[in-house]
Design a protein around this ligand. Structure first.
Ligand code: FAD
Length: 304
């Protein structure tokens, strides 16, 4: 209940604006924020992924943003993603760039999002970079999947995130398995009505295992994106973490020692790094899904 309340408060536009626009707040909270977000600039994002890549992790990088309603800001976001791709390419980092379609135009129209996505996908192809689309609230799922289906027929370097907690996801998965792009399996970060979703539970974990098995049986590229140690150990015991085209992916700053252990065992591991001035909602999600993070956050700030 605490998590859901926190996520709802965080979505209040006035609170979000005043936190993010405050010039005084960011320096004050910087150390707490930096555990989960590389910084506000592209340079900080690239530095963080370069560091992780040099340590033997695969990397994903996202310029944070969502629900962008101004066309010029959508264009700027699209250009920023292209710049990230060029810089990763120039640094010989064969990474993944992640984006939410509502950040690059979907709030205005699907055709705008598609045309921006296509430009980003072309730049990615030229630089040997993969893209993965994030999955957003359930009222956007149809639109996101539809854009993904269109782009993936042309650009096989684009993949998609699937939220295991939605009831509809089993039939979505069957369709996605027919397309070439990587499928990133997540439990789901958004608060969804009980009629359409499964809460955190053993049932959800079993479903996660079932989805993973389906991808692996189909030899489909998959990212196992969870920090749930119990679930990961279960997947490992079933031999599902070492298949070809399989990686375990975690958010930067969340359970790093667990990911390191898996890497040392020879499992392909990936860290998801974020940067940007829209850090606030991202940070609140990390605290809401694991409220103990509030203590770490405060300790980081005090020790700053
Ligand atoms: P949970 O069942 O939530 O937690 C299990 C255990 O994991 C906890 O007990 C705790 O030990 C640990 N843990 C989980 N979260 C944290 C945390 N923040 N801090 C510390 N420990 C934690 N969701 C979407 O809806 N759309 C997306 O596009 C999307 N992309 C993602 C990309 C990546 C690479 C990852 C890793 C997650 C993404 N998510 C996305 C978020 C995801 O849906 C979950 O909300 C999030 O991963 C928490 O769920 P969990 O599977 O880790 O396990």
């Amino acid at each position: 209940r605490f998590s859901n309340a926190l996520k709802s408060i965080a979505r209040n536009q006035e609170i979000k604006r005043s936190v993010q626009n405050s010039k005084e707040l960011y320096p004050l909270l910087k150390n707490g924020i930096n555990r989960f977000v590389a910084g506000q600039t592209r340079k900080e994002g690239i530095e963080r992924v370069s560091h992780l890549y040099s340590k033997g992790y695969q990397v994903s990088l996202e310029f944070i943003g969502e629900n962008t309603i101004s066309e010029s800001e959508c264009r700027l976001a699209k250009s920023e993603f292209i710049e990230i791709i060029k810089e990763l390419g120039a640094n010989q980092i064969r990474g993944t760039v992640c984006l939410d379609l509502s950040h690059i135009g979907m709030m205005i129209s699907s055709s705008l999002a598609y045309s921006h996505l296509e430009e980003v996908a072309i730049a990615a192809q030229e630089n040997d970079i993969n893209l993965i689309l994030g999955m957003e609230e359930s009222d956007k799922t149809n639109k996101i999947l539809s854009i993904y289906k269109d782009i993936s027929k042309i650009h096989t370097n684009v993949g998609i995130t699937l939220q295991v907690h939605l009831h509809r996801s089993l039939s979505d998965l069957k369709e996605l398995l027919r397309l070439p792009g990587k499928i990133r399996l997540v439990k789901g970060a958004y608060q969804e009505p009980a009629e359409i979703s499964i809460p955190r539970s053993e049932e959800l974990n079993e479903r996660y295992i079932e989805f993973t098995s389906m991808c692996i049986e189909n030899e489909h590229p998959i990212s196992i994106a969870t920090h749930d140690e119990h679930l990961l150990m279960d997947l490992k015991a079933r031999g599902l973490l070492t298949s070809l085209n399989t990686e375990v992916e975690m958010l930067d700053g969340v359970c790093p020692s667990l990911l390191k252990t898996l890497k040392e065992e020879g499992i392909q591991t990936k860290v998801y790094v974020t940067y940007g001035t829209e850090w606030y909602l991202y940070l609140v999600h990390r605290i809401a899904e694991y409220p103990q993070n509030i203590y770490t956050f405060i300790t980081d700030i005090i020790e700053q």
